[in-house]
Write a protein that binds this ligand. Structure first.
Ligand code: 13P
Length: 267
């Protein structure tokens, strides 16, 4: 029997067995000591009781220190990127095995900023997801359309291509730990959040794609996060949507009190 979590308020009922995940992407902010201080403050604010998974992804240089600092807490650690090779002459790159040894459980892959500024493609994203899977890192696979693509009604075809190419060649067994983050590019760092209907519509579409390719059981178990200007005052309505299983938070994850306000959403 699956454990079914029921969240309800204001007549909204949400019944599924997906454990919410609130993930903080700290991007290129905070040096080692700053990251440790923020992580400890957050861990203290969140306490030990949890029915929500919480992950923070500091910059590479802070990973090992933050990992030590949060060992006894409910927080998990994630990285913001990886390279797919195990080791070698790849100046400036970080391997999946290095992330594991630094204490990471999750890794963000294919963030739109990496696609936009660092030339990541659906193909490199596919290789990175594969490397993460091989090393038991939980991939947080980011997809999302630009403003222009949304305006020209290309949202679903863009997402279809990103997901199909990004997950090419995987069996359902390999995707058990997969997490998808829907981050509309126009909502990142802009203060413009997708409406709850827009988010739900896309999340539903992504889950239907997963169902088509991998069957109902896997599709029902994969967590789909929303990202893009998530704040304490909009998280609850987003989380009330059936297919929104958490959030990938940028700016509002940098301040422990604000992030804790997001983790403590109410639906
Ligand atoms: P903001 O929350 O700052 O819009 O960033 C979202 C994001 O890019 C998370 O990965």
């Amino acid at each position: 029997m699956l454990h079914v979590q029921t969240f309800s308020t204001k007549g909204i009922k949400k019944m599924n067995d997906r454990r919410p995940l609130i993930a903080g992407n700290w991007k290129m902010f905070k040096n080692g000591p700053e990251a440790v201080a923020a992580a400890i403050k957050l861990a203290n604010l969140l306490g030990k009781n949890h029915d929500v998974d919480v992950m923070i992804a500091p910059p590479f240089t802070a990973l090992a220190q933050v990992s030590d600092a949060i060992k006894e807490s409910r927080l998990s650690l994630g990285a913001q990127n990886l390279f797919w090779e195990f080791e070698g002459a790849y100046t400036g790159e970080i391997s999946p095995a290095m992330l594991v040894s630094a204490g990471c459980e999750y890794v963000i892959i294919g963030h739109s900023e990496r696609r936009q500024y660092f030339g990541e493609t659906d193909d490199t994203v596919n290789r990175k997801i594969s490397a993460a899977v091989d090393h038991d890192l939980k991939p947080i696979f980011c997809v999302g359309e630009s403003e222009k693509e949304r305006e020209s009604n290309a949202t679903f075809s863009v997402l279809d291509k990103q997901v199909t190419s990004g997950l090419k060649g995987f069996s359902s067994n390999q995707l058990k730990a997969l997490i998808i983050a829907y981050e509309p590019v126009w909502a990142i760092g802009t203060g413009k959040t997708a409406t709850t209907d827009q988010a739900q519509e896309v999340h539903r579409f992504l889950r239907a794609m997963l169902e088509n390719s991998y069957g109902n059981t896997l599709a029902k178990s994969i967590r789909i996060l929303y990202g893009g200007s998530v704040k304490p005052d909009n998280i609850s309505e987003l989380m009330a949507m059936d297919d929104v299983d958490g959030a990938l938070v940028g700016g509002a994850s940098l301040d422990p009190e604000t992030f804790s306000g997001i983790v403590h959403f109410q639906i």
